[in-house]
Every structure is written in C-alpha cells, then in structure tokens.
Design a protein around this ligand. Structure first.
Ligand code: UDP
Length: 313
C-alpha cells in the first residue's frame, strides 16, 4: 500500500486530489485538515472508502502520521480567507512546512509543497516563468500569504540541500471547479453565484486585470504526474496553470452569457497589491510531465462549475 498524507485534504484542491488518489486501489489516503476553510462535505465520497481516513488537526502542530508521500496543501488560499488572520496564514505556511519536512525525513517520504503563482507578486515578467524571482510587496496585505509561501519554498530547498529531504515544489495558478467554497470570495465563485442569484456582478477595479484560470482536474493530473513520474532529483519549482489569459470583464461576460443571467456589473475598489496581470508559462511542465497540458478550456470548465454551484446554492 502507498500511504499518502494530504494536508488541507478537506479544502477545494485537497479534496479533489483525495478523490482522485483513491481511484488507485494501491493508495491509502489520510486527509489532515483543521476545517478553517476546508469543509467535510467535500469529503463525502472519500469517506465511503475503507482506504481513507480523516484527521481533524492543524499543520502548525506536529502529527506523527506514517506515510510515503505528502501533499502539503494546507493553507487558506483566497485573499479574504488568508487576510482574516494574516499572522495565522504565515504560521500555517511556515510551521506547517517545517512539520511536513520533518515528517518526510522521519519516514523517508517525498513531500510536495503546494506553492503558488503569488510568489511572483505583481509580475514585471509576462508570462511568468519559474526562473522569474517575483515582485512582492513584503509589507502589504497579501504578503502574509506571498511571503509565507516563498519562505515555505526556501525551507523545502534548504531541507533538500541540508538533509537530503525528497521535495517537489509546484506553483499553482488560479484554479476553479467543483468543491470550491461558495463563500470564499474568489472571482470565479463570486461571479457564478451572483449571476445565478441575479445579483450584481462585483468587478474590482476596472476589470482589465488578467488571470489564467485552470480547471481543477487538469491541476490534479499535473500534481500526480509530478509526484510519480519525475525522477527524485527533479524538485521543481514547476508552474501548473492554464496559459489562457482573460480579463475579469471577459470572465464576467462569459459567465453572464453561459448562465443567461440579467445581472448588471457594479464596480468596486481594486484591493491593495492586486496583481495586474498573470499568465502561466507552462513550457517546463510540458517538458517534464510527459506532455502534460490543460485539457479543459474555460468555457467547458465554467459549464461544469456552474452546474456544481447551481446544485449547492
Ligand atoms: N475579483 C473581482 N471580483 C470579485 C472577486 C475578485 O473582480 O468578486 C478580482 C480580484 O480583484 C482579482 C481577480 O478577480 O483581480 C482574481 O481574484 P481571486 O481572489 O479569485 O484570485 P487572486 O487575486 O488570488 O488571483
């Protein structure tokens, strides 16, 4: 049996990953989550499996869980959620990372860190390649997350150099799809829910800022290939994202068309340090992950997401 620990296993990405991992009968999956933003309802399918275990706990505490592979996804990830208690966000990134690296050392496991395109900050290089070092405001309201995730990457590489810890670092670009928390305040969930309810669509700033949106199944495929199909010495960091680039106005327009909603757009102030543009360069992932690339275009992914939100709201 391959024993796998998924921290943040009740979260949006963590729970999609747990479900996928359980499809392999050789996997035993333990999900650790403090349910700060994760939701047990995301694990309803997983709970039916006798190869699945849920532990309610915080990555800031050391949990001695025997394992061969660790996916470290624990951290609130939407700006309103991670800014609610910024110091807690940084502690989750750092203490959580140290605990997982120590656990990996203890069991000779491989630990994969779920890093983020936020390490690039408000980027001056476009699209973002892994070698770009980023432009982060270290005193701003996003820095608890950005710097926490940057330091977590440093810890991975230092543990690797100092102790030979087996690490993999992925940088995840904006991801959406089923199991997203309707309350988490992200643009995709907000726009879909507002459109379905006939409420105004809240565009922050003038809506010309861009993001590249990746459907969660594409991400999970990349994650699994990175963990299992790359040699030990290939540590990353590696970008996982969809290179399609859209403005928030284009997204709003598409959501309105696809839901047939009559909601109007209202403009709200742009939050501080909101990156103006973001687009994943995925050349490295294509090369290293057996030609991996996103398969689900925005329109198709939105269709599935709209169906999910329609059902739960
Ligand atoms: N955004 C928006 N309306 C919303 C929520 C977000 O226009 O209701 C904008 C936000 O300012 C940002 C983009 O959408 O420019 C993506 O925001 P999200 O919080 O989803 O992700 P992140 O900023 O972390 O990439």
């Amino acid at each position: 049996m391959n024993r796998i620990l998924v921290t943040g296993g009740a979260g949006f990405i963590g729970s999609n990953l747990c479900e996928r991992l359980l499809k392999d009968k050789n996997n035993y999956v333990v999900a650790l989550d403090n349910l700060y933003t994760g939701r047990l309802s995301n694990l309803a399918e997983c709970m039916k499996s006798d190869r699945f275990e849920f532990i309610e706990g915080d990555v800031q505490d050391f949990h001695d869980i025997p394992c061969d592979q660790i996916y470290n996804a624990a951290c609130p990830a939407s700006p309103p959620a991670y800014q609610k208690s910024p110091t807690n966000t940084t502690k989750t990134c750092i203490f959580g990372m140290i605990n997982m690296l120590e656990l990996a050392n203890k069991y000779n496991a491989t630990v994969m860190q779920f890093s983020t395109s936020e390490v690039y900050g408000d980027p001056e290089v476009h699209p973002q390649v892994e070698s770009y070092r980023g432009c982060v405001n270290c005193t701003g309201i996003r820095s608890c997350y950005d710097e926490g995730k940057r330091c977590a990457e440093s810890l991975c590489f230092d543990y690797n150099r100092e102790f030979g810890t087996k690490i993999k670092v992925i940088r995840i670009f904006n991801t959406y799809g089923p199991k997203m928390d309707p309350e988490d305040g992200r643009v995709v969930s907000n726009f879909i829910i507002q459109a379905l309810r006939g409420e105004p669509i809240t565009v922050y700033g003038d809506g010309t800022q861009t993001r590249s949106f990746q459907y969660v199944d594409d991400l999970v495929e990349g994650i699994i290939r990175m963990m299992n199909d790359t040699p030990e010495e290939f540590t990353g960091p590696i970008n996982l994202g969809n290179p399609g680039e859209f403005t928030m106005l284009e997204l709003a327009d598409l959501v309105l068309k696809m839901t047939g909603s009559k909601s109007e757009l209202i403009y709200k102030p742009l939050p501080a340090d909101d990156p103006t543009r973001r687009k994943a360069d995925i050349s490295l992932a294509k090369e290293k992950l057996n030609g991996w690339e996103p398969r689900i275009a925005l329109r198709e992914g939105l269709e599935r997401s709209i169906a999910y939100f329609r059902e739960i709201i």
